[in-house]
Design a protein around this ligand. Sequence first.
Ligand code: DC
Length: 223
Amino acid sequence: MNSIPFVPVITIDGPTASGKGTVSTRVAQALGWHVLDSGAIYRLTALACVQQDVETGDVDAVAKVAQHLDASFDAGNVYLSGKNVTEAIRDEQIGLLASKVAAYESVRAALLQRQRDFRQLPGLVGDGRDMGTVIFPDASLKVFLQASAEVRAQRRCKQLNEKGISANLASLTADLQARDEHDKNRAHAPLVAAVDAHVIDSSNLSIEETVAVVLDLWSRQNN
Ligand code: DC
């Protein structure tokens, strides 16, 4: 009889620009595991709505877009209907629209299995808002990564500047606070730490230090 292999999962949830994307990628690299950037899936849904002229206030129409999303991921790149949209989905406006459509229960339901399908051997690091609470409640290790709004806005500003995009710190802070409020206060799968999550404040930690904390939690748990 074939038994289904157990695939370990580490979840890293947290607010926008908390560093969870980079930390998740580095933890996955260190362990030789797969990584799921679940925010990219909501961003792809938002971008697909814009491209298809779908009104983002129309819940049923957005859910249909989510159900039929032709998304693929390869070597850090993200594709929508075969077109590389890795940069396009990072736009702040797409982030805000992603936060809007992510509040719809039918959209979340349409994207649930697509996210669980990333759980493949030898393991998965899942990055998002509800990885530890809804998508992978049986994860072996759950982390909730937070940092002050000021630090997060500064990090985002630096990222944009490095790409040659000028950014205003005050408006970035306002945008990310608005998105956090929306993500925290929605009725379905709100941004909240799982009860069994390790909460890490990375305000005063470098990426390397944060990765080391997560890997240390993982190795302690397995020794
Ligand atoms: O992580 P991110 O900034 O790329 O995510 C974009 C938006 O998608 C975020 O504001 C809320 C939503 N999201 C979500 O609701 N659940 C997730 N697991 C990941 C992202």
